[in-house]
Design a protein. Structure first.
Length: 284
């Protein structure tokens, strides 16, 4: 299924809303303007938090508020159980920022997402932001400016540096998906790219990849068969330590018409050139 980026009307559920990290980030989301419609807490004494109704089960929350996104704040040991609860409730998009989830649990999460036909971003994923509209997860939304560049990234820190580079060239972001850097993740690049290709506000797409993993190869296989008119650029950090692996991925995607950026400090400059048609020979 294609991921839908959140807007001001997108109803969002926060599981673990009263946990320390959940409480912090739900407060930020509400302040930003996100439509947080419900929370889930095992504390039976809590029925409201930050003016948001709190339920004891995801099932009850879904029945009453019909969220389209669930953001899960759990301990590594409990994350699988909470993802399973959200998947069984068929919430279309589940975001799990929890770090250090055991690999076997992540594999089970992926199977649950497939079984119940939902998308899982994470674990260890900051989540999604649509600047000026909504944030779901731990993404520092205040760093993002509105624009027409779609970003999907496996590096949180580099994402935040990149948006500051884009701002220097008067460029902003349509939406950003920070999907996490862990070895095993729920959602890869393809559902995000599909969403950007369908999004009229997105004029160009930036992929911040990773030397390890197969997401870039999977995307190359997808793009070979996909007709589209949008400009897509790729940057993979870590060239000095893993040049061979990165070069292979770059070549695979370059054959699909993806522009290759080879310097992290020049991402903003190169995206500007790509948009203006100055980088048509892929010489970034």
């Amino acid at each position: 299924m294609t991921i839908k980026f959140p807007n001001k009307k997108t109803p969002i559920l926060y599981q673990g809303i009263t946990a320390s990290s959940g409480a912090t980030h739900v407060e930020k989301a509400i302040f930003y303007g996100s439509n947080v419609v419900a929370g889930v807490s095992k504390d039976k004494s809590v029925t409201m938090f930050q003016n948001v109704p709190v339920f004891q089960t995801v099932r009850d929350a879904v029945k009453k508020t019909k969220p389209q996104i669930s953001v899960i704040f759990s301990s590594p040991q409990r994350a699988l159980q909470d993802v399973e609860e959200a998947a069984k409730a068929r919430i279309p998009l589940i975001i799990c920022p929890t770090n250090h989830v055991p690999y076997k649990d992540v594999l089970e999460m992926k199977q649950l997402a497939l079984k119940y036909k939902v998308e899982l971003i994470g674990p260890s994923a900051p989540g999604l932001v649509t600047p000026g509209q909504s944030v779901a997860g731990t993404v520092p939304a205040h760093l993002f400016h509105k624009g027409n560049i779609g970003i999907v990234s496996r590096s949180s820190s580099l994402t935040y540096e990149t948006v500051q580079q884009l701002a220097k060239y008067d460029l902003g972001v349509s939406s950003c998906a920070a999907i996490g850097s862990a070895a095993i993740l729920g959602t890869g690049f393809i559902p995000i790219i599909e969403a950007f290709l369908k999004d009229s506000k997105t004029k160009a797409i930036l992929i911040i990849g990773k030397a390890s993993g197969d997401f870039e190869y999977e995307l190359a296989h997808y793009l070979k068969k996909k007709k589209h008119s949008k400009k897509i650029a790729l940057y993979i950090p870590g060239r000095f330590s893993k040049d061979d692996e990165i070069s292979l991925k770059e070549k695979a995607l370059e054959k699909c018409g993806v522009y290759i950026i080879r310097s992290g400090g020049a991402i903003g400059k190169e995206i500007k050139k790509i948009i203006e048609g100055e980088n048509m020979n892929n010489e970034a």
